[in-house]
Design a protein around this ligand. Structure first.
Ligand code: SF4
Ligand code: SF4
Length: 142
């Protein structure tokens, strides 16, 4: 039986969490016009040379949005590769503003819940470079 981060993703659990929040996710995806207006309201985006990976819309679309689009059929490799989008690149300060009323912090928070359900957390403290692979899965997330 595989253990730790070698375990496959529990897609049934992910699908159940998506089902509980389907309305909000579906509406938000449909409403997002990819206008990038939320970007300037994120201090991490402005403070990181306007790196597109820090755009609020990118953070939730590249994580939760993708999981939803794939109907929950994602593997642990995907979750590991995208974890930094919702932890390292966001502090959930709730300051991002979307003129279409999309609750970006709420969606990023929901993404974190789904990742946590798979034992995948943010890794603190973030210093330079990527998190140590050996730390993957430690409960140090918010
Ligand atoms: S989340 Fe809102 S502000 Fe950001 S790109 Fe989508 S529609 Fe535009
Ligand atoms: S909640 Fe995240 S994405 Fe929104 S402004 Fe704060 S750091 Fe940026």
């Amino acid at each position: 039986m595989p253990s730790g981060r070698n375990k496959p993703a529990d897609t049934e659990k992910i699908k159940a969490m998506l089902a509980q929040n389907r309305g909000k996710i579906k509406l938000s995806r449909a409403a997002c016009a990819s206008c990038s207006l939320c970007a300037e309201s994120c201090f991490l985006y402005r403070g990181n040379n306007r790196d597109p990976r820090y755009m609020p819309s990118y953070k939730w679309l590249s994580s939760l949005g993708t999981i939803y689009r794939k109907r929950g059929n994602v593997d642990r490799d995907f979750l590991e590769k995208t974890r930094e989008n919702i932890w390292k690149n966001c502090v959930l300060c709730m300051r991002c503003y979307c003129p279409f009323g999309i609750d970006i912090p709420g969606l990023i928070g929901l993404a974190r819940s789904i990742y946590r359900s798979q034992g995948i957390y943010g890794i603190y403290p973030y210093t330079t470079g990527a998190p140590e692979a050996d730390n993957a899965g430690e409960d140090s997330g918010k």
